[in-house]
Design a protein around this ligand. Structure first.
Ligand code: MN
Length: 441
């Protein structure tokens, strides 16, 4: 199939023309100067909560290496047509804003996107511009949502298979239920912290195979889990269920998620009820919540599910997203090494299925609940999303770029995760989730 390219277009427009002829997502340019390869493009516009020495906690959006103070835009009347409740951006969490509903929050993003367009002068030439745009390094990002409940799934078939091979039977790595339902457990919401917050090495009980009784002390096998999490944007009543077809109406946006894990504590305690103190001492999320609609250009179908799932888990459209993921490990005061490259598209169970399964029994959800994917491992050895798998239970130490080796995380190591999507000139990313492991208290 051919199409006619106008011959007299300048290069930039020709580029746009070719793009638009194949993609439903138009290319946009902004007057804001953006660092090269920034995650926070005009297509993204994620929501977050920030404060500074001069400013009380408030809601902003990220663009390049700057933060947009939405409360100032609101006060200056830039959202007048949206009839927002007074002071909606002068909050220390996104919960009330999310509670306005997707129709409103989408319109807020669209309005900001319009204000940032190259050809738009409303904000660019306005005297308030210097107060609206603040350098990111001058603000402190806060936990973006008040989290009522946190659930962690186990939805990567590569991860579940690796763990099954290591701890059970290599021939029957997946337990019989795994392909029939998205396995998950209820985690601890109180200890979820925003990127940049250090975590102390937990203490607890462990009993290695060669020990005749359990011992107590600081964990000796501290690990990360590379995950993404979604934040619910709509509540349900007890007794209600969410169908896969409507699940995305209930998903406001996504963040990077590091599910810190103490493998020795976990291995001893988890039978028969699952993870407890090996996980609940801390989990880290990225500061900017990327709304689901910003990820639309990167939607794709997930792996084929065999055997066919029960009807309440079946999906009529693609619910996976192509999100590239990286984990970096940085010894104290030294350079960081990339130790994992993975992708969210590998997930066997998608977010719509997770939410449908979570609520099929009538369990209610609230605005600001966090539901994490589970470790996102890919098919190759360099795409495994935890040190447990990367070092194969500590038997294959990793060599870092500094020459040091690691099987698990050492005191004062920093773990850094990044995630972004890129396609046809459009980039949308999550920034990073970073956390330093401090020694046990
Ligand atoms: Mn996990």
């Amino acid at each position: 199939m051919g199409f006619l390219i106008p011959l007299n277009l300048p290069t930039l427009q020709l580029h746009k023309f070719l793009h638009m002829s194949t993609s439903p997502f138009p290319l946009l340019t902004t007057w804001v100067e953006l660092p090269k390869n920034t995650d926070f493009t005009i297509y993204n516009l994620p929501f977050g909560v920030f404060q500074s020495k001069k400013l009380s906690p408030r809601i902003g959006m990220a663009i390049g290496d700057q933060v947009i103070d939405l409360s100032i835009l609101d006060q200056e009347g830039f959202f007048a047509n949206l009839f927002l409740p007074e002071g909606i951006f002068l909050k220390d969490s996104l919960n009330d804003l999310i509670g306005l509903g997707k129709v409103k929050t989408k319109k807020i993003r669209e309005r900001v996107q319009q204000l940032l367009l190259q050809e738009n002068e409303e904000l660019r030439t306005h005297s308030i511009r210097g107060k609206v745009l603040i350098k990111s390094k001058e603000v402190e990002m806060l936990l973006p949502v008040k989290i009522g409940d946190y659930t962690d799934f186990y939805s990567s078939i590569e991860h579940a298979t690796n763990v099954g091979k290591m701890f059970r039977d290599p021939e029957n790595a997946l337990l019989p239920n795994w392909r029939h339902l998205p396995v998950g457990y209820h985690g601890r919401a109180s200890s979820i912290v925003v990127s940049g917050t250090p975590i102390h090495r937990p203490k607890g009980q462990f009993k290695d195979a060669n020990m005749d009784k359990p011992a107590f002390g600081p964990s000796r096998s501290m690990d990360f889990e590379l995950e993404l999490a979604f934040i619910t944007g709509k509540s349900t009543q007890l007794g209600e269920s969410i169908a896969t077809q409507e699940a995305e109406d209930y998903i406001f946006g996504m963040v990077l998620f590091n599910d810190w894990s103490a493998r020795d504590i976990q291995a001893w305690e988890y039978v028969p009820l699952g993870p407890f103190l090996g996980k609940n001492f801390g989990s880290s999320i990225s500061a900017w919540v990327v709304p689901l609609e910003a990820l639309e250009p990167f939607r794709l179908a997930g792996p084929v599910q065999e055997p066919e799932v029960l009807p309440y888990l079946s999906c009529s459209k693609a619910h996976n997203f192509d999100i590239q993921l990286e984990v970096w490990l940085q010894p104290d005061g030294k350079e960081a090494s990339k130790i994992c490259t993975s992708n969210f598209k590998y997930m066997y169970w998608n977010m719509a299925q997770q939410l449908a399964h979570h609520t099929v029994n009538g369990c209610n959800v609230n605005i600001g609940d966090v539901m994490a994917s589970g470790t996102i491992s890919g098919p190759t050895e360099d795409s495994f999303g935890s040190l447990l798998e990367l070092s194969w239970k500590g038997t294959r130490p990793l060599t870092l770029d500094t020459g040091e080796s690691r099987t698990f995380i050492q005191d004062n190591d920093t773990v850094l995760m990044r995630g972004y999507s890129e396609k046809d000139g459009i980039r949308v990313g999550f920034g990073e989730v970073r956390g330093k492991l401090l020694p046990a208290t």
